[in-house]
Design a protein around this ligand. Structure first.
Ligand code: OGA
Ligand code: NI
Length: 329
């Protein structure tokens, strides 16, 4: 198979005036056969992820709905979450502008060093190729930009690039709103586990780890051979993702099948991470998910992660351990 199968798009239909270049110049995007997405098998009809109206008045009902979605899917969409459509749109266009910065500007921030707070990189996976027992590095069909965030202390923004001019300002405003949404979600999830509302957040510690990740998935000429983001679970406690509207891409594993997360206007995606799976003694699932690419359209997303304080000791909540539910972690 020749490398020509893939051509990183220099222009896409959303904005043909800008150009974007892969961070990696000699990418190996073609996954070994057994790791390819097998798109024909993904069930489009049938099961779909819950859509939860955060504005519904009845709190007890809301708590139950979130608890059920966290248990059965590990991922759900929220609408009427309080973050305005205008702010979400500004955030997505700032993210898009960021990935459309000239390659030489982005190159200054490219790094594979995970201890670096602000950086561009490609995701990659190590996998054994057929007939070759050595682990090879496969890049994902995406670029990512990682940085920290904080719901109250704006100083994180000083570390961010001043170009594009809006990114710092918009992400600071967005971080505040997402901070509220996450606190509310953690409170409701805590109650859904039979605890006082603040218990979960207390357990995660006074200085939670706030990581942000902007993802850019350019159009891909052959979505069958690669993935935008390989199969993974999020290692933090809770993730809230803002995706390009009207664009599919995210899929989750449910009952051993991949299902498409259908786009819903003005919805945010909420997903349970590894730390909540442990805290809930396995009751809630840290959902397996992946992102497939699209032949014609690019997609961006901004994932905001809430993780435990580095000093927090994470183990199952005591009230969730009994004879029927032995301690799993
Ligand atoms: C992630 C992720 C999903 C998406 O950043 O961890 O799963 O839709 N993103 O981009
Ligand atoms: Ni993820």
């Amino acid at each position: 198979m020749s490398g020509n199968v893939f051509k990183w798009a220099n222009s896409d239909d959303n904005d043909s005036s800008t150009s974007s270049t892969a961070v990696s110049l000699t990418p190996n995007f073609i996954l070994p056969v057994e790791r390819r997405p097998n798109l024909a098998e993904v069930s489009k009809s049938g099961d779909s992820v819950p859509i939860i109206d955060m504005g519904r008045g009845d709190i007890d009902g809301l708590i139950k709905e979130i608890a059920k979605a966290s248990e059965e899917y590990g991922l759900f969409l929220i609408i009427n979450h309080g973050v305005t459509e205008e702010l979400c749109e500004s955030m997505l266009s700032a993210v898009t502008d960021l990935f459309h910065l000239p390659p030489q500007v982005k190159a200054r921030l490219v790094s594979d060093d995970p201890t670096k707070d602000v950086r561009f990189c490609n995701h990659f996976r190590k996998a054994e190729d057929k007939g070759d027992q050595k682990a090879k590095k496969f890049s994902m069909w995406s670029e990512v930009f990682k940085h920290s965030w904080h719901p109250a202390d704006d100083s994180f923004a000083e570390l961010l690039p001043s170009d594009p001019p809006n990114y710092r300002r918009v992400v600071t405003a967005y971080a505040k709103e997402i901070g509220f949404v996450m606190s509310l979600l953690l409170n409701l999830i805590s109650q859904g586990l039979g605890l006082e509302g603040d218990v979960l957040q207390d357990r995660l510690g006074k200085n939670p780890l706030f990581r942000a990740q902007a993802n850019y998935y350019p159009p891909c000429s052959n979505p069958d051979l690669t993935l935008g983001w390989d199969v993974h679970t999020d290692r933090d406690a809770l993730t809230v993702v803002l995706p390009t509207s009207n664009m599919e891409g995210l899929q989750i594993m449910k009952d051993n099948k991949w299902i498409v997360v259908d786009p819903v206007p003005n919805a945010l995606i909420v997903n349970i991470g590894d730390q909540l799976q442990v805290l809930s003694n396995g009751k809630y699932k840290s959902v397996l998910h992946r992102v497939v690419t699209n032949e014609h359209h690019s997609r961006v997303s901004l994932a905001m992660f809430y993780g435990p304080d580095k000093d927090a000791l994470i183990g199952p909540m005591e009230n969730l351990i009994d004879n029927q539910h032995p301690q799993l972690y």
